[in-house]
Design a protein around this ligand. Structure first.
Ligand SMILES: Cc1cc2nc3c(=O)[nH]c(=O)nc-3n(C[C@H](O)[C@H](O)[C@H](O)COP(=O)(O)OP(=O)(O)OC[C@H]3O[C@@H](n4cnc5c(N)ncnc54)[C@H](O)[C@@H]3O)c2cc1C
Length: 485
């Protein structure tokens, strides 16, 4: 199958999957009142690949079928490949203004990066490396949408997963058969799960090599989301079905986050990538740095989102006559700097792209240093952006009557009291409702939380950075300074 249309994508996710929301099982995620608009947004992303003006920019020729397939599935081998992939990412991020972290390209690129490192998965048993390569080809040829889950339930972080009161809180192996591995337990978080075709659950958290009881937790795999025994428990939905004028973001982009629970779920052998080999699993955690692929999507998404925010702040500043104040200009400039810094990190990572695993892997991926610095910097930078929005909008964030008010009996009052220096009331309120949906609503708060945590916990990432950094140049610089004295 070549690239899918939005309608084919929607048809694919009407598959009996077990999604739970508000205490009820969802019959059909494409028609559920709190999920349907997001499903349609995702369908619109799939439709882009069929736009005659975009098709060639978003696809490449499959090396196996000769069909056009999504560029996010390309194994990059040159700068040209990386730049082609980036242009496709830009089209998608632009179409949703960076408001979805998980357009399908994000995990698609994870799968590419995992395939590029298939030799690690296959080191001690070639089947597992072969499975990874075959899986990449399968999802590429079927243009599938994937969610991923890396973590264990947040029950007690002070003990190892095998030490939790119930051995199947964290996902672990129950049994094996000729068909595959049976697993039980839970994984978090599965963003986009109700709208995905597959769930990818690699080994991505280290286990203790000297503790045999940790071995059953060493299992990496991918399966369809409608596999029997697999359930997704949604957080509260943020799309309340209100008009897009009132909730311009919540009403379109609630990508949903779920806990994935597995109740004796069978993982077929050809979908297993890691199995009970803790030293190798830990090596995969260290070396299969999926972010050296997907951070290209992240930075492109950041760019699209920051451009929308900048446009909004620019119009608000002019609209309510505050752009002449120096401190306002300084704050808007700070957002410009954050945007430019994001883009510079990405350009540096692209320009210094390297052969995967020093040439042991397949193709190239982005340079790690700029990406790592960006990964550690961006959560605080984004939080600063949200503070600036709050500081510049101030009480205006509360001057946000609904569309019904604007069209109601008080419309003349609203026109008079809610106007701006250069804006009619309807346009001014629309801008401030956008700002509120970005930082103040449940959707907006989740956006801020997402930017802080989706890419891992910076506290722990920096601890790892401290422990693994090569200090030789820094130490030599200090030694030479003292030598010269
Ligand atoms: C909106 C959103 C979407 C997400 N989507 C996905 C997804 O699609 N797929 C996925 O796999 N994950 C996803 N995540 C999960 C994300 O990867 C985790 O939130 C992140 O790795 C932090 O883990 P945690 O939430 O379990 O926090 P915890 O690890 O429980 O940390 C809680 C607090 O304890 C501190 N802490 C914990 N352990 C230590 C330690 N050893 N040393 C020092 N401090 C410690 C942390 O710094 C933090 O302050 C998402 C998260 C969010 C918020």
């Amino acid at each position: 199958m070549a690239v899918r249309t939005g309608e084919q994508y929607l048809e694919g996710i009407r598959d009996g999957r077990e999604v739970w929301l508000d205490g009820k099982r969802v019959d059909d995620v494409t028609t559920h009142p709190k999920l349907a608009r997001m499903a349609r947004t995702m369908a619109s992303v799939y439709d882009l690949q069929h736009d005659p003006a975009l098709r060639d920019k978003m696809t490449f020729t499959s090396p196996s079928s000769g069909e056009p397939v999504a560029l996010s599935y390309i194994v990059p081998r040159s700068q040209d490949d990386l730049m082609r992939r980036k242009r496709a990412l830009e089209i998608i991020a632009g179409s949703v203004n960076g408001m979805l972290g998980r357009t399908p390209d994000y995990v698609n690129i994870c799968i590419v990066a995992a395939r590029q490192m298939a030799h690690v998965y296959g080191r001690n048993d070639s089947r597992f490396g072969d499975n990874m390569v075959a899986y990449h080809e399968y999802v590429r040829e079927n243009d599938l949408c994937i969610t991923h889950t890396f973590g264990h339930p947040q029950v007690d972080r002070s003990v190892a997963v095998s030490e939790l009161a119930d051995p199947y809180i964290a996902l672990g192996i129950v049994d094996t058969s000729s068909e595959g591995v049976i697993v039980r337990g839970a994984k978090l978080l599965a963003t986009l799960a109700p709208f995905s075709d597959e769930i990818f659950a690699p080994v991505y958290r280290p286990l203790r090599e000297d503790a045999p009881e940790d071995e059953p937790y060493c299992i990496g795999f991918s399966i369809p989301v409608n596999t029997p025994g697999l359930k997704f428990i949604c957080r509260q939905a943020y799309d309340g079905g209100k008009s897009l004028y009132d909730y311009p973001l919540s009403g379109q982009f609630d990508e949903m986050d779920c806990l994935a629970t597995f109740d004796n779920v069978l993982i077929p052998w050809d979908r297993v990538f890691s199995y009970r080999d803790v030293p190798l699993g830990n090596e995969a955690v260290r070396k299969v740095t999926l972010w050296r692929g997907y951070m290209q999507q992240v930075a492109v998404k950041n760019q699209a989102k920051l451009e929308l925010i900048l446009g909004m702040l620019h119009q608000i500043s002019d609209g309510i006559g505050i752009s002449r104040f120096d401190q306002v200009r300084e704050k808007v400039s700070e957002v410009i700097d954050i945007l430019a810094t994001n883009n510079a990190f990405l350009r540096a990572a692209e320009a210094d792209a390297e052969p995967v695993d020093g040439g042991m892997g397949e193709g190239i991926w982005l340079a790690s240093e700029p990406l790592m610095a960006m990964r550690h910097w961006y959560p605080d930078a984004y939080q600063r952006v949200t503070q600036i929005i709050q500081q510049l909008c101030a009480g205006g964030l509360m001057l946000t009557p609904s569309e019904a008010d604007i069209n109601g009996p008080l419309s003349a009052d609203i026109e008079k009291f809610y106007q701006g220096a250069t804006l009619q009331a309807r346009d001014r309120i629309r801008l401030f409702r956008l700002a509120w949906d970005l930082i103040g609503t449940e959707f907006g708060s989740r956006q801020t939380l997402y930017e802080r945590y989706f890419n891992g916990d910076v506290v722990q990432l920096r601890q790892r950075r401290f422990a693994s950094y090569d200090y030789s140049r820094a130490d030599a610089a200090l030694a030479s300074f003292f030598d010269r004295m």
